[in-house]
Design a protein around this ligand. Structure first.
Ligand code: UFG
Length: 323
């Protein structure tokens, strides 16, 4: 199949492009390179285009497209609270522009990059797909709006779609020369490893008074290559399933910030200095996925289901980071 990977120069998008190419698909990457990296586009041509400039999208459809994968988004929770117009513009208006372009060109399959942030503050332990959706920041709200648009588009235009709600994406495909690189970096595992390498600002642990066993936030880390596999499986799923579908993607195990730092210490053998800091705005105490639906519906089976494996692969990348 020929897959248009929108946002394929970014962290998750570049790993998906790699896995799609490994599975024999033809990949075209469309990206405005605002946060992505030209060096991460290695499995297909790059078209520089911007979802907020709809006329630039036409170049992505210059040859028949079988399915679109959509990763273009602003994705920082804290930033979204301060810049809601930018977030709704990029994430909602941009998605509508892409959907319109797909409609014009008769493309009827989409895999959408969604997030655990659609749930807001969890009211139960492991989060299933039908858990109430009450986003507590514009980032989560913008992604939930697009999920809603996709349900309407299924009815109106017979668009087939799969929304994949990632929990905490982590890890890298260092062997393929790609990994996680944001500027500024806000995510825990890259910041922990940078601290081990003595790079960047000193590590802060945001909050030590959460209602968790050690007082720090608990997250469900899932390897970016396992996320990528789920995207490839979603293509097969859409062969036999019409409508708009949603799946939660996580390993189902929660690790606190302190446990994560300890695991990184074991893997690197290095000191990881940190200091406690006040809670970060918009951080729920605990986010852990129930991914049974993805396991049975998509036949998804994560290959990296231990935190130490995930951190080891991120460490391979950070030690040799190419961009
Ligand atoms: N943290 C630190 N220090 C840091 C970075 C993070 O203590 O330098 C803590 C955070 O406060 C949080 C945990 O580590 O408790 C994980 O933080 P990340 O920034 O790595 O990830 P988030 O849980 O904030 O973000 C993830 C996804 C988002 C999604 C969000 C939902 O990356 O896309 O979960 O809350 F929106």
């Amino acid at each position: 199949m020929h897959i248009l990977v929108c946002g394929g120069a970014g962290y998750v998008g570049s790993h998906v492009a790699y896995v799609l190419a490994e599975r024999g698909h033809e990949v075209t990457v469309l990206d405005n390179l605002s946060t992505g990296h030209r060096q991460a586009v290695r499995w297909g041509r790059l078209i520089e285009a911007d979802l907020l400039k709809p006329e630039t999208l036409e170049a992505g459809f210059d040859r028949p497209v079988d399915a679109v994968m959509h990763f273009c988004a602003r994705s920082l929770v804290g930033e979204s609270v301060g810049q809601p117009y930018d977030y709704y513009d990029n994430n909602v208006v941009g998605s509508l522009n892409l959907l319109r372009a797909m409609h014009r060109h008769g493309v009827e399959r989409l895999v959408f990059s969604s997030t655990a942030a659609v749930f807001g503050q969890p009211i139960s332990g492991r989060i299933r797909e039908n858990h109430p959706k009450s986003p507590i920041n514009p980032y989560g709200a913008s992604k939930l709006m697009v999920e809603r648009v996709l349900a309407d588009a299924a009815r109106a235009y017979a668009l087939r779609s799969v929304s994949l709600r990632y929990f905490n994406a982590a890890g890298a495909a260092a062997q393929a020369g790609i990994g996680e690189s944001h500027f500024p970096e806000t995510h825990l595992i890259p910041n922990v490893l940078r601290s081990a390498l003595g790079i960047g600002a000193p590590l802060k642990v945001f909050g030590d008074d959460y209602p968790t066993p050690d007082g720090t936030c608990i997250r469900d880390y899932v390897h970016v290559l396992d996320l990528a596999d789920a995207h490839a499986l979603a293509l097969d799923f859409m062969d036999c399933n019409v409508g708009a579908h949603r799946f939660n993607l996580g390993n189902g195990d929660g690790f606190s910030v302190l446990q994560t730092i300890q695991t990184a210490r074991d893997i690197t053998g290095l000191r990881i200095p940190f200091a406690f800091a006040p809670r970060r705005d918009g951080d729920p105490a605990e986010l852990v996925a129930a991914s049974d639906k993805a396991r049975s519906g998509l036949q998804w089976s994560p290959r990296f289901d231990r935190l130490d494996q995930i951190i080891a692969s991120a460490w391979d990348w950070h030690r040799a980071a190419a961009y």
